[in-house]
Structures are given as structure tokens and as C-alpha cells.
Design a protein around this ligand. Structure first.
Ligand SMILES: [Zn+2]
Length: 84
């Protein structure tokens, strides 16, 4: 029985397909939360992946802080050291 459940990610709000009912984060957020797991899965990363992760981090940041920063604003804040 491989039932696929559509769930909303608890961090970024993306709709993702959960492989089991316990999953509460999408793959991206789980990789960001547990980087050591992500490393095992894919060793090669390219620019597109990197950008995708950054966009995801921005979504997570906005979600967690209740802000609506654009990508540019977020990058600026990061550059100024206001966001780690
Ligand atoms: Zn997510």
C-alpha cells in the first residue's frame, strides 16, 4: 500500500507529496533542516539547485517571521548581517 498524501509543509507552506503520514516538511525544508541527510543524497549541486534552496530559505524566513520580503530585500538583509 503506497498511498500518497498531499500535505502542506509546516515551514514554507508548499504543498508536497508525503511518502508517509509523519512527514510534515517538504523535501527542501527537510534537506535544509537535516543537511547531513541531503549530502548523502546528492553530492553534485549546480547553480539552479542553489538558487532553489535560497528561494526556499526566503519562504521559510518569511513564514517564520511573518514578513513578506522579496528575494532582493532578503539578500540585502543577509548581506548586512541582519539575517544569518
Ligand atoms: Zn517546505
Amino acid at each position: 500500500m503506497s498511498e500518497r498524501i498531499k500535505k502542506e509543509c509546516m515551514l514554507c507552506g508548499d504543498i508536497f507529496t508525503a511518502r508517509n503520514g509523519k512527514n510534515r516538511m517538504c523535501d527542501k525544508c527537510r534537506e535544509l533542516t537535516y543537511p547531513h541527510l541531503a549530502k548523502q543524497r546528492s553530492k553534485k549541486s549546480n547553480f539552479r539547485d542553489h538558487l532553489c534552496v535560497e528561494v526556499h530559505q526566503l519562504k521559510m524566513y518569511n513564514h517564520q517571521n511573518g514578513t513578506r520580503l522579496t528575494y532582493g530585500q532578503w539578500k540585502g538583509q543577509k548581506f548586512l548581517g541582519k539575517i544569518k
